[in-house]
Design a protein around this ligand. Structure first.
Ligand code: AMP
Ligand code: MG
Length: 207
């Protein structure tokens, strides 16, 4: 077992409802079949735990409405905790290890658009690549409306979704440039998450 191994990290982002989780779960199975150990963490889970411990929120859709200063504090904490966790997992792993971080490159807050991967976060994560999962705005809105477990009315409008998708490319590229990560746009077409997953697998193979 090698101590102090740096985990190879990939950031995966996309609008809520774009199908990140579906694509990742298929990609993960394929990579594990090739002998690569894959772990996925959700950035929002880390922020949520941090904020719930302080009694500041009860659910994840409250996070983006908190005062920005508090979101920033939770965001920084999440970045640090994820890097520590993945390095520890990689150190214990005999096989090649890839840690995926499911997150957002852009958050729509009451104070304006806010980067999900500012310098203090991206420099902790130091991802090899940032994957932006994309689908048609109409499909994304339909999926969000179908998801009764989440409150996402603030994202459920085709025109807004289009605007956000354009902005997300800009934010993904900006974050990647800070640490020299590659950027990939992964198309998750309706009914074909396997095609998107293949794209993810081929990127990981070439890292
Ligand atoms: P999710 O379930 O992936 O939509 O994440 C839940 C919430 O966590 C999001 O709505 C955001 O408020 C917050 N969040 C997730 N990733 C980030 C990030 N990188 N920076 C800031 N907030 C984030
Ligand atoms: Mg998801």
């Amino acid at each position: 077992m090698s101590e102090g191994k740096e985990a190879k990290i990939i950031v995966i982002a996309g609008l809520p409802g774009v199908g990140k989780s579906t694509v990742l779960s298929i990609a993960r199975k394929r990579l594990e079949n090739e002998g690569i150990k894959v772990e996925v963490v959700n950035f929002g889970d880390y922020m949520l735990r941090y904020l719930m411990d302080k009694g500041l929120v009860k659910d994840r859709d409250e996070i983006r409405k908190l005062p920005l200063r508090i979101q920033q504090e939770a965001q920084a904490a999440a970045g640090r905790m994820i890097r520590v966790y993945f390095n520890e997992r990689a150190s214990r792993c005999e096989r090649e290890f890839i840690g995926f971080v499911d997150t957002h490159v852009l958050i729509k807050t009451p104070t304006g658009f806010w980067p999900g991967l500012p310098l203090h976060v991206i420099s902790e994560l130091r991802p090899a690549s940032i994957l932006l999962v994309e689908a048609s705005p109409e499909q994304i809105v339909a999926r969000q409306l179908r998801d009764k477990t989440r409150f996402r009315k603030d994202y459920a409008d085709v025109k807004l979704v289009k605007e956000l998708m354009d902005l997300m490319r800009v934010y993904a590229i900006s974050a990647a440039t800070l640490v020299g990560a590659s950027v990939n746009f992964i198309v998750n077409e309706e009914g074909r998450p396997d095609v998107a997953a293949d794209h993810v697998v081929s990127i990981v193979r070439n890292l």
